[in-house]
Each structure stands twice: as C-alpha cells, then as structure tokens.
Design a binder for this molecule. Structure first.
Ligand code: HEM
Length: 216
C-alpha cells in the first residue's frame, strides 16, 4: 500500500501542476495536453509516455485496492467483541475516513475518466460536442461552469486531501522513514503540507472557472 500510495502522490502532484496551466489559457493548456501525447517521440511511440503512466497507475490501483480490502478484512476478524471505549476515540479525523475516503476517491476517478478521457460527454448546452472533442481546455472550462460538477470536484478533493494526509504519514511509518519522535513530527508536517497543496492546487482551476476568473 505504501509504495503504490507514494506512486499515486507523485502522479497527483504532477497532474495538479499540469492542470494549473488552465490559468494560462487555451493555447497553453491544449499545447501541454498535446505535448503529453507526443512526449519522447520518436524514441517512444505516440502516446507512449501516457500508456506507460496508465499501466503503472492501473497496476498500482489493483495492488492498492487488494491490500486495502485484505487489511479491511483482517481488521474485522481481529476482534469479535466490541471495545468498552469506542475504538475510534483516539483516531484522527483523516485516519477514520481512510476506508470510505478510498472508496470515494475510486468512484471519483471512475467518474473523472468517463468525463474527461473515455466518453467526454458534453454537459454544457453553450458548447457543441465538436468543441469539447477538439480542445481539452474547452472540455474542462465548459464543465466547470456547471455548479454540480464543481461541487463533485470540491468534495472529491477534500476526500483526496484527507486520504493523502493520513496515507502519506502512514507510508513513512511502513517504509521506516520516520523512526524518532522528531522524524515522526516532520513526517506528519510534510504529509499535511502535501495534502493541503494537493487540495488547493487542484481546486484553483475549477473554482477560477466557476467564479469567472478565467476569461473564456
Ligand atoms: C480539479 C481536479 C482535476 C482536474 C481539473 C483534472 C483535469 C483532467 C483533465 C483535463 C484530464 C484530461 C487530460 C487530457 O486529455 O489531456 C484528466 C485526466 C486524468 N485525470 Fe484528472 N483532473 C483532476 C483531478 C484528478 C485526480 C484527483 C486524479 C486522481 C486521483 C486524476 C486522475 C486523472 C487520470 C488518471 C487521467 C487520465 C490520464 C490519461 O490516461 O489520459 N485527476 N484530468
């Protein structure tokens, strides 16, 4: 879980940084999206980098989910009688939501892939399907002009931030990266900063569109 979790965090940070290009306008964002598809050519085939990334992410999702459900089952079997004091009394908010947060993120990613990669449905009547298909910038900005789409993204990014906050800290423990009290405090601080950066960075483009701060 820890290793695949770190792979996800690296992907998420890179994706968040790339999305901020939406603030630079249609030309910059569409050029960036195109560049991702031709990156490494002719050493790699067209879409080569994208397919390597997709395969790494897909394998990581399978391993991460398999480990999560195994742990979930093990925790349920570990104790048949109830705790006298609620077992969650000492747990942080982020740690309590790990399981349902994980399921929420998985559902969000399925929605997100249908929305922006696999089907790309046009959900904004002010645009045509041809415009959506021609420009990733138009696809994203047309979507974020719709309040319920923005709401889904806001809720999903809060779930993602909480998951990263606890998951990254937990990964440092599993991988033995924080063995002293001061190293543990540093690891907690870094996890919180990465989580906050992810939530804020991902939400800047949708909120900028929703509040009319991006011109088109
Ligand atoms: C506000 C938040 C987000 C925005 C604005 C956003 C935007 C986008 C866009 C525009 C694409 C299509 C890119 C293209 O076709 O060139 C995309 C693809 C993708 N996004 Fe996001 N995304 C967000 C959050 C996330 C999160 C949180 C995850 C994962 C946890 C994620 C995972 C992916 C994946 C896996 C792809 C498919 C890449 C591919 O295989 O082509 N995204 N996103």
């Amino acid at each position: 879980m820890a290793v695949t979790g770190v792979i996800f965090v690296l992907f998420v940070l890179a994706h968040m940084y790339g999305n901020l290009k939406l603030l630079s306008g249609q030309l910059a964002f569409d050029e960036y999206a195109h560049h991702l598809r031709v990156f490494g050519e002719p050493m790699l085939p067209k879409m080569g980098l994208l397919w390597i990334m997709r395969i790494v992410l897909l394998v990581s999702v399978v391993i991460h989910a398999y480990a999560a459900f195994t742990l979930w089952g093990r925790a349920n079997n570990a104790r048949s009688t109830r705790y006298a004091v609620h077992k969650m009394a000492q747990a942080s908010l982020s740690s309590r939501f790990m399981r349902w947060g994980g399921v929420t993120i998985l559902l969000f990613v399925i929605f997100h892939l249908i929305h922006f990669t696999i089907v790309k449905p046009n959900i904004n009547a002010d645009y045509t399907q041809a415009q959506i298909d021609a420009s990733p910038y138009i696809m994203a900005t047309a979507s974020f002009k719709i309040w319920w789409v923005v709401l889904i993204y806001v809720l999903a990014m809060i779930a993602l931030g909480m998951h990263i906050n606890h998951g990254l800290w937990s990964a440092t423990q599993t991988l033995g990266w924080a063995n002293s009290p001061s190293a543990r405090a540093t690891a907690k601080g870094i996890a919180l900063i990465v989580a906050a950066l992810t939530v804020v960075g991902f939400l800047i483009p949708p909120l900028a569109v929703a509040f009319g701060l991006i011109a088109k």
